[in-house]
Write a protein that binds this ligand. Sequence first.
Ligand code: FPP
Length: 242
Amino acid sequence: MAKPLKNLVQNHLGNVAIIMDGNGRWAKKNALKISKGHEKGVSIVKEIVEESINQKIKSLTLYAFSSENWGRPVQEINAIKNLIISAINDQVPELVEQSVELKFFGDVAMFGEDIISKIKYAESTTKFKNPSLKLNIALGYGGQQDILSVVRNISKDVLKGKVSLDNIDGALINRYSCVPESSIDLLIRTGGDKRISNFLLYQIAYSEICFLDSYWPDFSRLEYINCIEQYKKVSRRFGKRV
Ligand code: FPP
């Protein structure tokens, strides 16, 4: 993240996104099966959701499964699918109590009927007029794929006469994108690598980015609060002279 300047007014934190990396390496470090790393990873999500509500964050967007993750071994993919189902079964009642609105985005059709019907149940059960937090989960998502699909679908609608070229602007792109948030204030990546890995390419244009060495299953509420405190103090200029 950029160095803080003499900035007396703290930045407002609306939209946070997290690349939860390091489950596999955490499992290896602890001589466990990779699925145990993902299992522990889900338990950390619960703590981070709680803290996001405490911090009055508007939305938390998590990278649970990328388009490229389909290239992993079938056993691992099946373990993640089972975890998604059990996380929905176990967590939805608590999310309802907390007024957390759950949304899944990406190519979820690839996950099959069991998960699609769970997703429908989770989304329809967690609709709130004033949610305490919007929790968005990327499943089968890739930033490049989303941009491609936006370009294709806008072009189709231009050809059909539904959209005129003059009306193509940022707001229209956001409407055609599957990503629920139009911009991200703070992006956190755990696991030690300093890259974006095809996550929210369009939406992170002016995000503050926090790269952390901790593996996701070791990520803690305290580290999360530290990222948020750093973010609040940073001078965000959006390319302007302030
Ligand atoms: C990255 O660690 C993690 C994933 C690709 C999967 C994350 C999925 C979950 C935590 C389960 C689903 C979550 C929800 C919220 C329903 P990695 O395996 O790439 O770690 P490595 O880089 O150390 O191998």
